[in-house]
Design a protein around this ligand. Sequence first.
Ligand code: SF4
Length: 344
Amino acid sequence: MPAELLIEQPACPKHMEYGPCGGVEFDGACEVADFRCVFLDTPTVRWHGGDSSPAPDAPGASRMREVLATRQIVVTDFPARALDAASLAECAAVLRGTTDAVLAGDSGRERVQFPPAYRTALIRAEGVEVWSGFTCRDRNRVAMEAELAALAHAGVSGVHCVTGDHTRTGARPDAAPVFDLDSTQAAALARAAGHLVSVAEAPATPPVDRRPARLLEKERAGAEICFVNHAGGVEPVATFIAEAQALGSRLGFIPCIPIVLDHDSAELLRSFTTLVLPPGYLDRILAAADPRAEGVAAAVELGRGFLALEGVVGVNLSGGTQFGGELEFARALAEIAAELGHAA
Ligand code: SF4
């Protein structure tokens, strides 16, 4: 073929095999490069990594399975400052006794975090269980296997496998992006290491009609829980769950509840990729005489709506705040978790 007829196809900047990621823009553009997401016009990639033969459950996974067998759970985001053991301990102390686990994950503004297993050990030492975020951005598969072994030893309750934001977004664009694996492959690796594995799915992000099918492939790889990204309220989440179940999914679902208490937490939430909030949610809170009280009430109301859905095994209180507001934000999370814990 003449060279002038060869048109170079763009490649996924995250090297994903089981794409697309959750960051596809609403118009179909790649979140990090100047072209259409390469997975939008191709069939959903079927899991072809073989049946995973899971190792026996890690102790933390067994503990969380026992809780999930008896009731719905409340998982809270964890607002502590990165690389600050004192902040981790203070926030954990505030949340102790109210949350079933803290979701200690990635942060766009603080890409450098304590390694997941070390952070898990620090938080668990304060009497709080941990559901650890686990991204493919900063480690190759060997380093990921080592981290999974360390997480099991540290007693992590669950491992939340995401491909991760690209280094071109967030605070460390100078770092090389690794992406040796993607979230689906990471789910298989984590399950094989004996973990209770969760993944994320974004129902409102293109290709909306194929998000349930993509989730099913993550389930085939080893995922058992799906954290449902902000999708616009109870009805869109109910529709997404029903569509996944109609395809045969038996996952447990944990919808994310946006936590907004003031302009700072609203700003941080707006930085989440492809965010869709329930209609009027932000306005209701920010226009209130007491935004904090209104934010707590709105979160509890939305949480109760999610917890009433079939297939929902818990809720995630999702969000954060600016520097200096961590403890106050943790107190609000504890308040909401305590309210919803009674409902669960
Ligand atoms: S939007 Fe995500 S999955 Fe699609 S090409 Fe870009 S990085 Fe890859």
